[in-house]
Design a protein around this ligand. Structure first.
Ligand SMILES: [Zn+2]
Length: 290
């Protein structure tokens, strides 16, 4: 009786899909988690990325009245079961060591905050999964103002990425049989090496990746990875994207697309080696959506 009741309250699998479909909102779902890494990263000497960037996007969207705070969806942290679909037991145990976490985030120390950091990354996994569920349930698009931690491997992290939120979301959807074919469009300026490794033997996932040539770390023939020279600007970038992506959609015919809209191809990004303008980034995003 108890399990029946709890399964009604917390539906899973196809029943959750049907429930979400019935309750689907008319507005575009936007997922946002209020926790930021800023509390952990503030005032540390080796910090080289902006831990407040997702919060800044949320603030701008609200200020320009493009979204109301009450309509933002807040994710739950991903469950241990979902994390283990991608990451090893040993690695998840290692992440309980503050020194390991500090090293992966290029911080001087993490000390008391290790649980906070892990909760943040688990929430990023939960957020990407929730955005994907919303996209499927509404038949449209779901945004997550967060995530994109594509350098996390099953047994190790890297490049500020502890848990691979996109991989956790995809494996969770496969486990629930919501989708059979997923396309990853990874347009961060750095190659999504963790994602490529995780899905290298999985024909249900196709990975399309455009990145700067100075960052290639993985070669995968089955996927499409395009390396551009480090100073590529709008014209060169957009002509490659428009020439290659439609063919991938036509041949792979995905049921769901995960788009990693990295902002670091921007010419002024301190970590990005490409040279796109703001207008170029907007044209890139339009091209993917249209
Ligand atoms: Zn990047």
């Amino acid at each position: 009786m108890k399990s029946e009741k709890s399964s009604l309250l917390r539906p899973s699998g196809r029943s959750r899909f049907k429930l979400l479909w019935r309750l689907r909102p008319r507005r575009v779902p936007i997922v946002y988690h209020p926790e930021v890494l800023g509390s952990v990263c503030a005032r540390q000497s080796r910090q080289s990325f902006d831990p407040y960037k997702f919060k800044k996007i949320r603030t701008r969207l609200v200020r320009e009245k493009l979204v109301s705070p009450k309509h933002l969806l807040h994710p739950e942290p991903a469950s241990e079961e979902d994390l283990l679909r991608v990451h090893t037991h040993t690695y998840l145990a290692r992440l309980k060591n503050p020194q390991v976490v500090a090293q992966l985030l290029h911080l001087d120390y993490v000390d008391l905050w290790d649980n906070y950091v892990l909760r943040y990354f688990r929430s990023m996994c939960g957020g990407t999964l929730l955005a994907a569920e919303q996209a499927l349930a509404t038949g449209r698009v779901g945004f997550h103002l967060g995530g994109g931690y594509h350098h996390a491997f099953p047994d190790r992290g890297g490049g500020y990425c502890l848990l691979n939120d996109v991989a956790v979301a995809i494996r969770s959807l496969f486990a629930r049989q919501w989708v059979q074919r997923v396309l990853i469009v990874d347009l961060d300026a750095h190659q999504g090496d963790g994602l490529l490794e995780i899905f290298s033997q999985d024909p249900r996932v196709f990975h399309f990746d455009i990145h700067a040539d100075s960052w290639i770390t993985v070669e995968k023939k089955e996927q499409k990875c395009i390396a551009l020279s480090h100073d590529t600007g709008d014209e060169g970038y957009l002509s490659v994207l428009s020439g290659e992506l439609p063919g991938v959609f036509a041949s792979f015919r995905p049921e769901l697309v995960f788009y990693l809209a990295g902002s670091d191809p921007y010419q002024k990004d301190p970590l990005g080696p490409l040279a796109l303008s703001e207008a170029g980034l907007l044209a890139r995003d339009r091209m993917v959506f249209e």
